[in-house]
Every structure is written in structure tokens, then in C-alpha cells.
Design a protein around this ligand. Structure first.
Ligand code: TRP
Length: 445
């Protein structure tokens, strides 16, 4: 059989890696934009319920499956059921989801690295000679993201840079620096987010921003908004998807990380810690972004570019913004890397465990495929690729009226469909196939 399985260096190692996986673009990019597009306050409430009632138990189930089987998803399902069991299909869906998610995750991570670059080279500077000049330069800064997303070369270049970094780290092995990054840089990101929130809550946008977050749709808020906030059936699905995405659940990332745990490592306490940290970052991000949305004259429904159009405006306006901007985009890029690693680890460990490939070959192959899969997202994030006919086709299969870009379609497919379905599979598996003994073991460490 295979060589002795590598395990985490210390008890803290797993917590750090799992937190590093959870905290990422999903919290700071995804949560505010999904909240903005799905009606605000109600979405946040449903998301919190989904985290507590669905996410947390599934997190424990995933870690338990991995710790029990000591294998990555596909192998774990086989080991704990039967050689040809249909449950193995749940593992397969997870591996597929890893490819698709990382392909667009990398594009967003690339934007944050580009903004790091912009913040160092140009800075985000507000003209303040006249009221008019200030307003115009604020609009220009808020529009920077559109220029980036609408520039296929720039988006593709940074997508490649990000993938090269992530592949390099995964090829070097599971302990290659993730623990250190998380231990030092995550608290820094957390602290910086709190500073940003405090500042945002003292600006003119604070009142409307907080009302939007709390779901108080009074006349003043409605007067400002182009459309009434709406929470639809799809929004409920998106809230569940957001809970899964943000906690890195539903595709086996935590089965994989759990498989590097020793059999007597703690599961329940660890899961609670990871969940609380992750949700806090998302909520703080909302308190940063929404006040600035209203301050900068933007709409909450603006979509995937929301963080990138709001935060530069904040940095341009706030004291010390010149220094905080590069720091923030650096830390956000690192957070994206530690999350990207967990996605690539699922794909890589499949080829290592199931095909007997070396880690380097597996990481290079999976990374290469993901790189190619992401190029249409990098090119199409702000436009429709392959013509409007194709975009309408994507829109129609994913049940949304009108056009959908390759990027939007991948986000929808994974957030609203693959992760919730994968999560259901994991829950059913843990309930039906995992023996009572294994389940009891989860609560006795
Ligand atoms: N949780 C990460 C974030 O919020 C993204 C992520 C990493 C992820 N690994 C995952 C999402 C596995 C789903 C499944 O940015």
C-alpha cells in the first residue's frame, strides 16, 4: 500500500489550514455581492440560519468522513461503503466542483492582485479642488474594476499568476507555509477589516448601509435604490450556497483536510471555531462595503465587481488610505491563496490517492486544466463570450432570464447547485453509511 500518510504538524495546523481555506474571497467578495443582489437583510438572516443549521453539521460530517477514512473524497467514499458503490459519485462531483470553482476563483483572486498593483503604482487618489471634481474622481475610482474586468489580457495575466502560485505551493506539499500564512496574516486581515468597518460606519453612507444590512426598507432607502430589494426562491438557494461556499463545504475540501488529521483529533470544537471566525469576517465585510456603496453613489445590486468598486473609493477618502490599500489587497490576495490551495488540494489528492501519481505531476496537471478552464471566465467576466446566443442559452439552462456570461454560469452552477447537492450527499452519507461507532467517535476525542 501507499506510504505513511502525511499529517498536520500540530493540532493548530488543521485549524489554521481549515480557517485559511474558509476565509477568503467568499467572505469579502462573495458575501457582500450576493447580499446586495438578493435583498439585503433577509438574505443575511437566511444565510446565518443556513450556517448554523446546515453548514456546521455538514462541516463536522466532512471532517469526520475524512478523519475516519484517512483518504481524499473519492477514496473515502469507497473505503467507507463498497468498491462500486454509487456513493463514490458524490466524491466525483466534489472533484469536478473543485475544478470549476477554482477556475473562476482564480480570476477574482487575480483582480485583487491587480488592485494590489494599482494601489502601489497609481494609488487611489481623490481630486478635491471642487465638489464636482471630487465626485468625478470618485466615479473614476469606482469604475476601475470595470476597466479591469473588461480587459481580457489583464484578467488573464493575473489569473495565470495566481494559478502558478497556488500550483507551486500545492506541489510542494500540504505544510508548505499555509500554517504560517494563516497564523500571521489572517489576524492582520481581520484587524484591518475592523478598522475599515469603523471608518465606514462614520461616513455619510453609514445610515443607509446599516439599514440595508438590517433589512429596514424605509422611504429614505427606497428613494435611493434603483430597485426594491427582493428576496426570491433563488435567493434562498444562494444563501445556502453562500454558507457552503464560505465554509468550504459541499465538495470534500474538508474531507481532504480531515484525512490529514490523526484519528483522535478534535472535530466539534474545531468546527465551531472555524465557523465563528468565518462568519465574523463575512459580517464585518458587509459593514465595510454597504456604507461605502451609498457613500460612493453605487447600487447594492452591482454584482461581482462590488468590492472592487467600493473599497478603492474608501481608501481614497480615508486617512492613511495610501498605506492601507496595498496592505489590504495584499492580505486579500493571501487569503485567496490559502483558499485556492484547499480547492487545488482536492483535485490533486484525487490523482495522488486514486491514480498513484506523484504530487508534482498531479498538481501540475490539475492546475493546468483549471488554468485553461478559467480563461473563458477571465475573458468574459464583464461581457458575453461566444456571442449573445450562447449567453442566452446559459441564461436559459440556469433558469435566469436573459444573458449569462461563462463566469456567471460557473458561479451559479457551483454556488446554487453543486455545493448544496454535494452537501446533501455528504449529510446522507454521514447519516446512513457511516457506522454508529464512527459517529460516536466524532464526539469523543
Ligand atoms: N471558502 C473559500 C472562500 O470563502 C472558498 C473555498 C475554498 C471553497 N475551498 C472551497 C468553496 C471548497 C467551496 C468548497 O473564499
Amino acid at each position: 500500500m501507499a506510504a505513511e500518510r502525511a499529517h498536520w504538524g500540530s493540532k493548530l495546523g488543521f485549524v489554521l489550514a481549515a480557517t485559511g481555506s474558509a476565509v477568503g474571497l467568499g467572505n469579502i467578495w462573495g458575501f457582500p455581492y450576493m447580499t446586495g443582489q438578493n435583498g439585503g437583510g433577509v438574505f443575511i438572516l437566511v444565510y446565518l440560519l443556513a450556517v448554523a443549521l446546515i453548514g456546521l453539521p455538514i462541516m463536522m460530517a466532512e471532517i469526520l468522513i475524512g478523519r475516519t477514512a484517512q483518504k481524499s473524497p473519492v477514496g473515502a467514499y469507497r473505503e467507507l461503503s463498497a468498491p462500486r458503490s454509487p456513493w463514490i459519485g458524490v466524491g466525483w462531483v466534489g472533484v469536478l466542483a473543485a475544478f470549476i470553482i477554482l477556475s473562476y476563483y482564480s480570476v477574482i483572486a487575480g483582480w485583487s492582485m491587480h488592485f494590489l498593483w494599482l494601489s502601489v503604482t497609481d494609488g487611489f487618489v481623490l481630486a478635491n479642488e471642487t465638489e464636482q471634481a471630487a465626485r468625478e474622481s470618485r466615479e473614476a475610482i469606482a469604475g476601475l474594476h470595470g476597466e479591469v474586468a473588461g480587459n481580457p489580457e489583464v484578467s488573464t495575466l493575473w489569473h495565470i499568476v495566481f494559478m502558478v502560485i497556488v500550483v507551486g505551493i500545492v506541489a510542494a506539499g500540504i505544510k508548505g507555509g499555509i500554517e504560517l500564512c494563516t497564523k500571521v496574516l489572517m489576524p492582520a486581515l481581520f484587524g484591518l477589516m475592523i478598522i475599515l468597518a469603523i471608518w465606514a460606519l462614520t461616513t455619510d453612507g453609514a445610515g443607509l448601509g446599516v439599514k440595508f444590512i438590517l433589512g429596514i426598507h424605509d422611504a429614505e432607502l427606497l428613494e435611493y435604490l434603483d430597485e426594491r430589494p427582493a428576496f426570491t426562491a433563488n435567493s434562498a438557494l444562494a444563501a445556502v450556497g453562500q454558507a457552503f461556499f464560505s465554509l468550504s463545504l459541499g465538495m470534500g475540501a474538508l474531507i481532504t483536510y480531515g484525512s490529514y488529521l490523526r484519528r483522535n483529533d478534535d472535530i466539534v470544537g474545531t468546527s465551531v471555531v472555524i465557523t465563528v471566525l468565518d462568519v465574523s469576517v463575512a459580517l464585518i465585510a458587509a459593514f465595510v462595503i454597504f456604507p461605502i456603496v451609498f457613500l460612493a453613489g453605487l447600487q447594492p445590486t452591482d454584482g461581482p465587481g462590488l468590492v472592487f468598486s467600493t473599497l478603492p473609493v474608501a481608501f481614497a477618502e480615508m486617512p492613511g488610505g495610501m498605506v492601507l490599500a496595498p496592505l489590504f489587497f495584499f492580505l486579500l490576495s493571501v487569503a485567496a491563496i490559502t483558499s485556492g490551495i484547499s480547492l487545488l488540494e482536492v483535485a490533486t489528492s484525487y490523482f495522488i490517492d486514486e491514480r498513484g501519481w506523484t504530487r508534482i505531476k498531479a498538481a501540475l496537471f490539475a492546475g493546468g486544466v483549471i488554468l485553461l478552464l478559467g480563461i473563458p471566465s477571465a475573458v468574459s467576466a464583464s461581457s458575453t463570450l461566444f456571442g449573445t446566443g450562447f449567453a442566452n442559452f446559459l441564461g436559459s439552462i440556469f433558469g435566469e432570464a436573459g444573458e449569462m456570461s461563462w463566469f456567471d454560469a460557473f458561479v451559479y452552477l457551483t454556488y446554487n447547485l453543486m455545493l448544496p447537492i454535494g452537501g446533501l450527499g455528504i449529510a446522507l452519507f454521514a447519516a446512513w453509511r457511516l457506522g454508529d461507532a464512527a459517529r460516536r467517535e466524532a464526539f469523543t476525542t
